[in-house]
Design a protein around this ligand. Structure first.
Ligand code: GLN
Length: 481
């Protein structure tokens, strides 16, 4: 059984009766069992997955209506709710929390007969970019297992890259889908803000975050987006995409498109291998008939500072609910007065979450808000104006997804500022609500490099079309695991 197929190939094979969903899911679970000790992508496994696949095979055989996923094994970042399954958010705080309902994306995928093989690792509450901040230990990069896989959706990227599932869902607040996608050589997509419902996603900084697919091909991302996008009465920030079909016209190429090269994302500190891959990507896009020209987004230089100010503020308020009364890990009140009881709960957060909460309490507080929080909001508005102007002239923008190559586990863990700065190329899409995608493009000394494309709001379809054209220009080596 070949597990190394795309989502679209899987669907075709099951539909035509060439493979059974049961076999494929069983082999996928075997693979997880045999290699995940080395990778630590999974936090929990769905023990019922094979039974669910049997039921889909039965429907296929008897000619009953089957959903478009045909039993496709998918992994889910462990900050999205699947009813009656654990949702830990990579935190001790929610170690035993069992979700009482399905997230909208989960409900939609279930309706289409997807099978969730398991929940995957993340930095605690999605705060980080290496998965080293997971309370349950880091995931490993399948390309070099002593290197980080990126994050915070590290488990998602690892599981897709190492063929432990066919596709995955992650969440992207400041790059958490695109960064690990780039580090593990898979496709990672952050849609226009509002395109995918956040209902059932545990909030970190909800004004800018989105759920997004991680897949092996851009077409697979379009396929997933067809299922999970659209209006949702449970999330008032969702937008009506009129049931857009993101697969249609995806092969039409990018002849005549104008692409802006973001100068501030190619400045000092970009690894030479990343720089040369980006130049190569630009010339390949030009060969396909696009014109590329440098453009400046001046506010990008303040974007990381604004991003961490805004997200810490939202996190401070979102995480207030983990007080050991509504959510927590140890509800025994014996021997505690009120304040010390709450303090007891708070001690169970990891160091990164504590850091964000402390910053998040300070920056919007009376006497400081003008200097920090409001200033960050002004940068966000100005950056949005700049990028809107850019899209008057360009159809797409391009930059490396991450300025550096995957690094060793432990290398940057004690230097939060150095870690924050790695987000320089990804946070702009979140702060401005624009769609962005990371396309696997090169492998340098065994380490993957992703190229990022951005488009204007609601131009997700054009973005996927361009990303598909770009991915077709390269043939990359297979993951060595
Ligand atoms: N690295 C960023 C942060 O720690 C992005 C996280 C994310 O997108 N969830 O906030």
């Amino acid at each position: 059984m070949n597990l190394k197929i795309s989502a679209l190939e899987f669907v075709q094979e099951v539909q035509n009766g060439n493979i059974s969903a049961e076999d494929f899911v069983a082999k996928t679970l075997e693979r997880i069992q045999s290699i995940d000790d080395k990778l630590h992508a999974f936090l929990s496994i769905n023990e019922d997955a094979v039974n669910q696949a049997q039921e889909i095979d039965r429907k296929v055989k008897s000619g009953d209506k089957v959903g478009v996923c045909f039993g496709m094994p998918i992994s889910i970042k462990d900050n999205m709710c699947i009813k009656n399954s654990k949702t830990t958010c990579g935190s001790k705080m929610l170690e035993n929390f069992v979700a009482p309902y399905d997230a909208t994306v989960i409900r939609k995928l279930k309706q289409q007969d997807a099978i969730f093989v398991g929940k995957v690792n993340l930095d605690e509450f999605a705060m980080g970019l290496t998965t080293e901040f997971s309370a349950f230990g880091p995931s490993k990069n399948p390309w070099e297992t002593d290197h980080v896989p990126g994050g915070s959706s590290g488990g998602s990227a690892v599981s897709v890259s190492a063929f432990e599932c066919v596709a995955s869902l992650g969440s992207d607040t400041g790059g958490s889908v695109r960064n690990p996608a780039s580090f593990c050589s898979v496709v990672g997509f952050k849609p226009t803000y509002g395109l995918i419902s956040r209902y059932g996603l545990v909030s970190y900084a909800n004004s800018i975050e989105q759920i997004g697919p991680l897949t092996r091909t851009v077409k697979d991302t379009a396929f997933m987006l067809n299922i999970i996008s659209g209006l949702d009465s449970n999330d008032n920030t969702t937008v009506d995409n009129k049931d857009e079909n993101y697969l249609s016209g995806i092969d039409s190429g990018i002849e005549g498109k104008k692409i802006g090269i973001i100068k501030e994302m190619l400045g000092d500190g970009v690894d030479p291998a990343v720089l040369s891959a980006t130049k190569d990507a630009i010339s390949k896009l030009e060969n396909l008939g696009a014109t590329c020209e440098e453009i400046s987004l001046d506010m990008v230089k303040y974007s990381v500072a604004a991003y961490y100010t805004i997200t810490a503020t939202e996190a401070g308020s979102n995480l207030a609910r983990y007080d050991n009364l509504r959510y927590g890990y140890d509800f025994s009140v014996e021997g505690y007065e009120f304040n010390s009881y709450i303090t007891k709960a708070r001690q169970n957060f990891g160091p990164e979450v504590k850091r964000r909460m402390i910053i998040g309490g300070f920056v919007p507080s009376t006497g400081h808000a003008g200097k920090y929080f409001l200033k960050a909001l002004k940068i966000k508005s100005k950056l949005t104006r700049e990028i809107n102007d850019a899209f008057k002239k360009f159809d797409l923008l391009i930059a490396p997804t991450v300025p550096i190559l995957p690094f060793k586990i432990g290398e940057k863990i004690d230097d939060p500022i150095a870690l924050f700065l790695v987000d320089i190329n990804t946070v702009t899409a979140n702060l401005t609500g624009k769609p962005a995608i990371s396309v696997p493009f090169a492998v340098s000394n065994g380490l993957p490099i992703g190229i990022q494309l951005l488009a204007d709001s609601m131009q997700d379809k054009l973005l996927l079309r361009a990303a598909h054209a770009l991915e077709n220009t390269v043939k990359l080596p297979e993951v060595p695991i």
